[in-house]
Every structure is written in C-alpha cells, then in structure tokens.
Ligand binder design. Structure first.
Ligand code: SF4
Ligand code: FE
Length: 493
C-alpha cells in the first residue's frame, strides 16, 4: 500500500473501534472531538510531510526488511545517517506543529524491540525476532501509527512489581494458552495512544527472576477487546469547547495527547508476542527504548523551541521593544540553549553503534546528557519568552471581548471590542489582533494545553531527570577517568 496522506490517516482512525473515555463519558466520535482533534492533526502532519517532495528525504526511508519506501516513523535505523535524519525530521515536525506529534514513541519502540528480540532469541532459543519483523513489515506496508507503550502506573515506587498491593499496577501475563497469552494492567500517560492504530507494549523497568510474568512485550490493535483509554486533560482544554474559539486557543490546529491505556484481560496471539517471561532482557529493552526517546527530544523540543523563539521575537516587535539590547540578548540566550539541545541530539546520533541485529543504537551516555539538558533548558527558554512577552500574556481579556459590539454606556460610546482594541494596541502598523494572537500562543505553550508537550514533557517524558542521572553514572566511566588522572599525576598504586 502507498504511504497515506494525512486525510487518509484520519479516515483510517474512523474504521477502528477504539474505546475512549473523556470527562467521565464514553466518546464515540473521538476523531472529531475538539479537545482530541488537534493531537490527531499533529500526527496527520507526519503523513502529509512525507508526501511533500521537499521533505521526502527526511520523512521517508527505504525499508531494510522489504526494500520498499516507508515513512521514517516506521523505519529501523540502519546507520548514523538514519539516526541524524530522524532528529532532523523531529525538529522539522516541531517547527510545523509547535506540539508533540506523538508518532516517535512507536518508532523508538520498533528499534529497541528489534535489537532486543534478536539477542533474546540467541540466548533463549525463542522466535520473537521473526514475530517482530513480521509486525514491522505489517506496520510499514500499511503506514500505521503505533503507540510505543512503556510506562506502567507503578503504584508504590518503593516496591517492585510483584510486591505491589494491587498486582495490576504493572502490565503482566495472567494466563498462558497454547495460542497466546492474556495480559492485564495499564500504561499511564501514553503519548498518542488514542490515535494510534496499534499498541506496542514493553516492560517499564528491569524485572527480577521472581517477577518474570512482568517481563512481557507484545503488540495489539488499539481496538483489541478488553483495551480502553481514558483521556488525560490539559490546562485550559475546555477553551477548545467554546463556540468559535480561535485566538484564545493559541495553537488552534495542533496539540499533544496523553491517556491512560487499560488492558483488562487482553488476549495476545503467539505471533504478536516479543517477550514472555525472559526477565533478563527486560532491562535491555527499557534502556534501549529510553535511549532512543532521549535522543528524540534533541529534535522535537528544538523544533518547538524554534517557534517559541520566533514568537518571543514577534511579541517584542509588536510591543516596540525589539531594539532593546536586553531583548536581543535574551533571544540570543534562547537560541544558544535551543541549539545546545540540538547538538546533543545530533552528537548521540553520530556516535551510535551497530547492534547484533544490524540496526543502529544511539550513544547512551550522550542521549542521556541530551535529555538531562531537556529537563532544564526548555524551562529557561519559556522563562525568557514570558519575560519578553510581558504580563499581558496572562491578563488579556478574552477574544469574545475583543470581538464584542456591546456598547459601554459612557461618554465615548464605544463598544467593549473598541475599548480593547484601543488599549491593547502595540506599535503602529500591527493590529491589536495580531499582538493578541502571538501572546495567546505564548500563553498556550508556556502555561496552557501545549505546556504538556513542551514544559512538563521535557521534564518527565522519556524518563524523569533522575533516570538519566542513573544512566549517566553508569556510562560515565569514573574509574577510567581516575586512571587518566593517576597517569598524568604520576600516581602508581
Ligand atoms: Fe515525539 Fe517529542 Fe512527542 Fe516524544 S515528546 S512523541 S519525541 S514529539
Ligand atoms: Fe514524549
């Protein structure tokens, strides 16, 4: 099948019987729901850009499995060149949507599961790699979006999987049958889960021998019986329900999406199983997926950062402050921070290595440094954007006021909208509406619904800061560095 257009992707979602709950109700037409639709538009952009000859080189690749042209979001990275293009593609998408475009989690999961199943089969004589290759070919040929599902709810963080008071707090195998397994549990804050065609599930952390039922990886369609999702709400999300809302949304067309995905005894046929009790490979799978996703943030967040820097520069211009030296310096600082993140994303891609299965893994130390920086720099970028924008970003009347023709009974006899237009004007030649639009955009990305995808996701997405510090400690080779110092200082033990 040819690569889908964005519109075909959206239509393909309608054919699924995905069970979605929102605000305590089942939402049958979730595809067109104003709160959900912006996140679908974001993923649609990953399809539309692949159709555009200008972006074909970044957005598509040749499958190593079939030789056919595939969307890069469904591709296995076969060298540093692929890894670099991945980061560039993510920056491009960030620039086009100023949001989390969600499809990366599946791509990162493909690459991690591909290499881990190969090594697991070698050690255990299992057949997971073949199962997985068939799944990837199915995804590539049908140009599907896949949710790479890792994070379990985890309950009491001081206890392991099997010690939890409620055994469902981590996804596990509850029944093994001749034709497959039955799984139970949930995955929390799942990016793009509702509008994915398939779910590729992985363990959330290393698994000990006694907890082998929690070492499970598999793929199921998003509308598999027993599977349902509860949508995660976002700051100011109900603005999207206001009739005719436009300017107040800040980013009307695009947005991110997170949901709780529940597996209430879901059956997985044998050919869709990629790990089933091989606890000694759970840690490898987690580490590899997290590594790829930490690389990803050196692309997607940078693209969004580009839009924020542009918006801050426009806000300064509309305020008449663009020539102020401190404003120029703040824009330089934002650019410096943003490009530092990009440098990390590119660096961990260049230093990648070939796995036994043949696909390429990023450099784990540099990818973790990349994500650790992402837990900090976007916060500073947003702080500077708010500084430049000014307080009006959060004190402005609604767009209904700006558009209101209600006369205020005072001597001037102006409408509410005319009063707003008069007092919120900036420099001459720029409409008050345009000034309002850029400030609302900044409000949305700094504090509103898009803050999920830029700020807090920068902190916790792809693992919270401490998870990277553990990896940095493991990869940092302090002993090797001590030896360097000893050699130069003339210390002989
Ligand atoms: Fe992709 Fe970034 Fe969203 Fe992760 S946070 S899914 S890397 S856009
Ligand atoms: Fe993420």
């Amino acid at each position: 099948m040819a690569l889908m257009t964005g519109e075909q992707y959206i239509e393909s979602l309608r054919k699924l019987d995905t069970q979605v709950y929102l605000f305590g109700r089942k939402e049958p037409n979730w595809v067109d729901h104003p709160i959900i639709r912006p996140s679908i538009n974001c993923v649609a952009m990953t399809y539309d850009l692949a159709q555009d000859p200008e972006h074909e080189d970044l957005m598509t690749a040749t499958s190593n499995l079939t030789g056919r042209k595939v969307n890069r979001f469904a591709h296995l990275h076969m060298g540093p060149g692929d890894l670099i293009k991945k980061v560039k593609m993510q920056r491009l998408l960030g620039r086009k949507t100023a949001s989390c475009f969600q499809r990366c989690v599946g791509m990162d999961a493909f690459n991690a599961v591909f290499s881990t199943t190969y090594e697991c089969d070698k050690a255990h004589g299992t057949n997971y790699h073949e199962n997985f290759k068939n799944f990837v070919i199915y995804v590539q040929d049908n140009d599907l979006t896949v949710d790479g599902a890792m994070t379990d709810p985890k309950g009491d963080r001081g206890k392991s999987q099997g010690q939890q008071a409620d055994s469902d707090l981590f996804v596990r195998v509850v029944e093994r049958r001749p034709d497959g397994i039955v799984v139970r549990g949930a995955k929390a804050h799942q990016t793009g889960s509702i509008n994915s065609h398939e779910h590729l599930v992985m363990p959330t952390q290393a698994v000990a021998e006694g907890d082998a039922d929690y070492a499970v990886s598999f793929a199921v369609p998003s509308d598999a019986p027993g599977l349902f999702m509860i949508y995660g709400r976002q700051a100011s999300d109900t603005r999207k329900l206001e009739p005719g809302a436009d300017i107040d949304l800040g980013n009307k067309r695009f947005g991110g999406q997170e949901a709780l995905v529940v597996f209430d005894n879901v059956f997985v046929p044998n050919e869709r199983i990629f790990m089933n009790g091989e606890y000694d490979f759970a840690g490898m799978l987690v580490e590899r997926f997290a590594g790829y996703h930490r690389q990803s943030y050196g692309g997607c967040k940078v693209g969004v950062g580009d839009v924020i820097i542009g918006a801050a520069a426009l806000a300064a211009e509309y305020n008449g402050a663009s020539k102020a030296s401190h404003v120029k310096d703040k824009l330089i600082e934002m650019t410096h921070l943003n490009e530092t993140l990009y440098s990390c994303g590119i660096a961990c891609s260049c230093e990648g290595y070939c796995t036994e299965a043949g696909n390429y893994q990023i450099d784990l130390l540099l990818a973790n440094v990349c994500k650790q920086n992402v837990t900090r720099f976007p916060y500073e970028i947003v702080r500077l954007a708010e500084d430049i924008a000014g307080g009006l970003m959060v004190t402005m009347p609604s767009e209904t006021d700006f558009k209101s023709d209600l006369k205020v009974p005072t001597p001037s006899d102006l409408t509410v909208g005319e009063w707003c237009g008069k007092f919120f004007a900036g420099i001459e030649g720029v409409t008050t509406e345009n000034r309002m639009r850029i400030l609302r955009f900044l409000e949305n990305i700094c504090l509103g619904s898009s803050a999920v995808g830029y700020r807090t996701e920068s902190m916790h997405g792809a693992g919270s800061p401490q998870a990277q510090r553990i990896m940095i400690a493991r990869q940092g080779d302090i002993d090797g560095k001590k030896q360097l110092a000893k050699d130069i200082a003339g210390i002989k033990d």
